[in-house]
Design a protein around this ligand. Structure first.
Ligand code: F6P
Length: 373
């Protein structure tokens, strides 16, 4: 990882653009604000691209001013709009006579839309899907600087992405809230959390809320063991069990439960449904009344936590520092508490999963938390 010690700008960059790609997440506006304010402060013009790469394909690009980013630090979502179904390299442009969709590579069109306005660099705020979509543009020699976003915290190369802390906060509060019903009605309560193939949100929120069982995609679970654990708790007087389950968790030798397939998305699989299935199976096996809750997009909404606002501001500033230093095709990262940058292509199409030896797993096991294994 490269770090910036020298703060003296060397590049003479005059115009940049910024876009937000993939699913929204808390802190996107905080990054946009940091980028726009930092740029204008240094005499650099900033353009905003609407709805991610779709706006770049369709040439929906507008100048951003200080007024545009005033009062957005605490707002969830993105003032620019986002889109997770438009890949310029593989964009549907029509149908052939047999009804098959015709795809075209519109990378050059995107670069032209930037060059016409004399834009010299693009700040891409997104997750692994967005970074992989940016890759062909960077490969054409157009400077792309990535800023790592996702509630899932699964972007390769960085220890943390902004949005994650807010999602953990929302998930923890929800797990805390189901506690009272679980205890009053002596139930098993299963709470399904987002995160795709990574269990970071569930692991953190599960530990923070003291969930009895934490099920993550990285550790396959055994239904019999979970049922035995619920019964064991009942026998020792704890007549309820709280289960935090990742949407991507699966039983030993089984498959993840897919809710839908979103055509044209860089990652078309949408997971969901494991909590309902688990609650039914556990009730059948234990005869303890069971219910489930799916938090879904509530984890992505609302105002970012203080931690995410700070991280997003740091990331936005660092992206600007990289541009001012004349760096090309870098991804802003945080490693071991230090801000730095890596090659933007190193994050494309990869996921950072929870290692089974992670210290948080060991700590959770030490307080009798079950991982269902
Ligand atoms: O990557 C963020 C995320 O919220 C995942 O946790 C979840 O699986 C997915 O996006 C949901 O996507 P969509 O908003 O397209 O339903």
């Amino acid at each position: 990882m490269a770090t910036i010690n020298d703060r003296v700008p060397v590049s003479n960059i005059k115009k940049i653009a910024v876009l937000t790609g993939g699913g929204d997440c808390p802190g996107l506006n905080a990054v946009i604000r940091a980028v726009v304010k930092d740029a204008i402060n240094c005499g650099i013009e900033v353009y905003g691209i609407e709805d991610g790469f779709l706006g770049l394909i369709e040439d929906r690009i507008r100048p951003l001013s200080l007024d545009d980013v005033s009062n957005i630090l605490t707002q969830g979502g993105t003032i620019l709009g986002s889109n997770n179904r438009s890949n310029p390299q593989n964009y549907p442009v029509g149908e052939d006579k047999d009804g098959n969709i015709i795809y075209k590579d519109l990378t050059d069109v995107c670069v032209t839309h930037l060059q016409i306005r004399k834009i010299e660099a693009l700040i891409v705020i997104g997750g692994d899907g967005t970074m992989s979509v940016a890759k062909p543009i960077a490969d054409k020699g157009f400077n792309c600087i990535g800023v790592p976003k996702t509630i899932d915290n699964d972007l390769y190369g960085t220890d943390i992405t902004f949005g994650f802390q807010t999602a953990v906060h929302v998930a923890t509060e929800a797990l805390d809230r189901v506690h009272s019903t679980a205890a009053s009605h002596h139930r098993v309560m299963v709470v399904e959390l987002m995160g795709r193939n990574a269990g970071w949100i569930t692991l953190h929120a599960g530990i923070a809320s003291g969930a009895d069982v934490i099920l993550i995609p990285e550790i396959e679970f055994d239904l019999d063991k979970i049922s035995e654990y619920c019964l064991w708790r009942s026998q020792r007087g704890k007549r309820f069990t709280i289960i935090a389950v990742s949407e991507g968790a699966r039983p030993k030798g089984g498959k993840q439960i897919v809710d839908r397939v979103v055509e044209k998305s860089p990652d078309p699989i949408r997971l969901g449904g494991v909590a309902k299935w688990l609650a039914t199976e556990i009730e059948e096996r234990t005869e303890i009344e069971s219910r489930y809750v799916v938090l879904g997009h509530t984890q992505r909404g609302g105002t970012p936590t203080a931690g995410d606002r700070i991280l997003a501001t740091q990331f936005g500033h660092h992206a600007m520092q990289l541009l001012k230093m004349g760096k090309n095709n870098r991804l802003v990262v945080m490693q071991g508490g230090v801000l730095g940058d890596v090659d933007i292509n190193s994050a494309a199409d990869k996921q950072r999963l929870v290692p089974s030896s992670h210290p948080l797993i060991t700590a959770a096991r030490s307080v009798y938390t079950s991982f269902g294994d």
